[in-house]
Design a protein around this ligand. Structure first.
Ligand code: SOE
Length: 387
């Protein structure tokens, strides 16, 4: 069986998720398309790289990503760094002919994403952007029902991504609140996950009209280099620094196929945790999904009996997408880890087959353009066309 030597750059929250997926993927999907080998983990801080090696089961650690990319024995570069490092690493990896998986969003802006897309065009790299939530079996099942025409023509998409880890003004000023590092706030960090859903399930965006808002203008400076999500990552009475990204976005959408829709995203919604949802209305039925109940897809088919009209719950299991590799009984439980394991499976399949997976850098670029359009419309209040 083919082996793929992985170099993972960044050993934080995402590094943990990806390392776990490399180890677990062949346990779920067998025969595996390839066996990922956790070869080397990179962090600019050598001590953190050593700790990540031991914790995440890599053979080696390094603080020099350029030297790692230059190695002949590495097949796949996995970019789990903050957003400002994505482009430089991905472009170098593409030049070296490596396959690439890059955490989302692909880049800070559409222009930056374009440089990454151009770097892989015409080359031999397989490339993927880690919008993992579309790989939740219930979401892939929604896609299947839509493709089969089971809810007819799509009229409307209503999506949200609501979290509350930054609702407190005491939640520290991590890189996620700094435009120079993150590119944007809620728009890029979580709004892009819903944009990915909308493009995957409905189609291309024609135009957006948005509102954006920053609620918390300063935050206490973070202690330590590791990403902190929520209160507790700063010293008491720490000096405060400016936030220069959005806390909330709300956008209307016109799709190219005539459907309309909306997306709301914020990390300031007290009481919401990973409230990543969509509801889609079609001419023959409707679908609704909430990641906080990710084993379930709500389905409504309009040709059912009139006196039993309403949503019903389908629990995903062996009969649904990826069901042959996951757990044998519906509702045993799909988690964040499973979405990353499935992502790893699809990436390895793509590398072995030579066919680009989705979402790839072209999708990541288009999503970045939509994010730019939302931010620009948020400033002017005008519709922004994506044609
Ligand atoms: C923080 O909002 C975050 O970690 C996002 O960056 C991830 O993409 C999301 O999956 C979980 O929340």
């Amino acid at each position: 069986m083919r082996k793929l030597n992985v170099a993972m750059i960044g050993g934080g929250f995402m590094g943990k998720a990806h390392a776990m997926a490399y180890a677990a993927m062949p346990m779920f999907f067998w025969p595996a398309p390839a066996i990922p080998v956790r070869k080397v983990v990179v962090d600019i801080n050598q001590e953190m790289a050593d700790a990540a090696r031991d914790r995440f089961g890599f053979e080696e650690s390094s603080s020099d990503w350029k030297a790692v990319i230059a190695r002949d024995d590495i097949d796949l570069i996995d970019i789990c760094t903050p957003n400002n490092a994505h482009a430089e690493i991905a472009i170098a990896a593409a030049k070296a002919g490596k396959h690439i998986i890059c955490e989302k969003p692909l880049a800070r802006t559409g222009a930056e994403a374009r440089t990454m897309l151009e770097a892989v065009q015409g080359g031999k790299s397989i490339h993927m952007v880690a919008f993992n939530y579309r790989r939740t079996p219930a979401v892939a099942f929604a896609k299947k029902l839509i493709n089969e025409g089971r809810i007819g023509e799509i009229l409307n998409f209503r999506g949200t991504y609501l979290q509350d880890w930054s609702a407190s003004p005491e939640s520290p000023l991590s890189w996620r609140f700094q435009k120079s590092v993150a590119g944007s706030g809620a728009v890029g960090d979580i709004g892009t996950h819903v944009i990915d859903f909308a493009r995957y399930l409905v189609g291309e965006f024609a135009a957006v009209n948005a509102m954006t808002k920053t609620y918390v203008e300063t935050r206490p400076k973070q202690t330590g280099g590791v990403d902190k999500l929520g209160v507790g990552g700063s010293e008491a009475n720490a000096e405060r620094g400016p936030v220069d990204v959005d806390d909330e976005m709300l956008t209307m959408i016109r799709f190219e196929n005539g459907a309309i829709g909306s997306i709301e995203a914020t990390r300031n919604a007290y009481g919401r945790n990973n409230f990543l949802t969509f509801e889609i209305h079609g001419t023959k039925g409707s679908l609704a999904f909430n990641y906080e109940r990710r084993d379930e897809l709500q389905v409504m088919f309009a040709d059912g009996p009139i006196d039993a009209r309403g949503y019903r719950t389908v629990y995903t299991g062996a009969a649904h997408p990826y069901g042959d590799g996951l757990w044998p009984i519906p509702a045993l439980g799909i988690g964040y880890g499973e979405t990353k394991i499935i992502e790893c499976y699809d990436l390895c399949k793509a590398i072995v087959s030579g066919e680009q997976p989705s979402p790839n850098f072209e999708d990541g670029y288009k999503i970045s353009l939509i994010a730019d359009a939302i931010l620009s419309s948020g400033e002017t209040g005008e519709w922004v066309s994506l044609k």
